[in-house]
Design a protein around this ligand. Structure first.
Ligand SMILES: O=C(CO)[C@@H](O)[C@H](O)COP(=O)(O)O
Length: 236
């Protein structure tokens, strides 16, 4: 594969650090039972101009496509530009790279993106049904329901467009792409992994609640209050 650009000298340390972080975060996906075989991926933005903030010249670090989790290392991670073009690496980038890159291009506040096929969240995605906000944990992390994104084919901008269109009008850091699975975002890749863990947890719990009867919705003012406390006070 041709490399159109190289990692600029001033970003070498930041890219090396991101390789370590992204490799370690990939190991979290099987650890939390969110993926099987080679499904799923984690990426992190590397800001090209730390003084100016996120911009179109940024890079992203992501896993190579089709490699099993137990063989992923910092060295095997690949670096792409925000068009999804390979900048550094020995293998093809993840097949979801275009989606991750689209999110970074259009949501400058996003520093990490995660995709899994975690079982319960993906079951909701298969039914194209948003996960209703019936748990305080959901109000805390998602600020409301977890929305459904459109059906989109893999490989081009379509998934990225669907993620951005859906999450722009939601407080949720997670979207269930129709018939596909969850994509999550965060200020960094760790926050996006956390959202991936949380969306699977609430998808499972609410699925079980539905087997027992009808879950009670939480009033909007209570959701707002829980969200505000968790986002601005909890853990500070
Ligand atoms: O769902 C998809 C494709 O959208 C992925 O989760 C693949 O299953 C893993 O792809 P690579 O990251 O290995 O290319």
């Amino acid at each position: 594969m041709t490399e159109s650009r190289t990692v600029p000298e001033h970003l070498r340390d930041a890219v090396a650090q991101a390789r370590v972080q992204v490799a370690a975060l990939h190991a979290e996906l099987p650890r939390w039972g969110l993926v099987v075989w080679t499904a799923g991926n984690v990426s992190q933005r590397v800001v090209a101009d730390p003084d100016g903030g996120p911009g179109p010249e940024d890079l992203l670090v992501i896993k190579p496509s089709g490699v099993t989790y137990d063989t992923l290392t910092p060295e095997s991670m690949v670096v792409c530009d925000l068009d999804g073009t390979l900048v550094e690496g020995d293998r093809s980038p993840s097949s979801d790279t275009a989606a991750h890159a689209y999110v970074y291009r259009h949501m400058p506040e996003v520093g990490g993106v995660v995709h899994t096929h975690s079982t319960y969240a993906t079951a909701w995605a298969a039914r194209r049904e948003p996960i209703p906000c019936v748990l305080t944990m959901m109000a805390d992390e998602f600020g409301g329901e977890v929305p459904i994104g459109p059906f989109a084919l893999i490989g081009d901008d379509s998934i990225g467009r669907g993620i951005v269109e859906t999450l722009r009008s939601s407080r949720s850091p997670a979207v269930l792409m129709a018939n596909h699975g969850p994509f999550t975002i965060g200020a960094d890749a760790k926050a996006a992994v956390k959202a991936a863990v949380m969306v699977e947890e609430v998808a499972r719990t609410i699925h079980i609640a539905l087997q027992l009867g009808t879950p009670h919705p939480i009033e909007q003012d209570k959701i707002d209050s829980l969200y505000d406390r968790y986002q601005n006070v909890y853990g500070r």
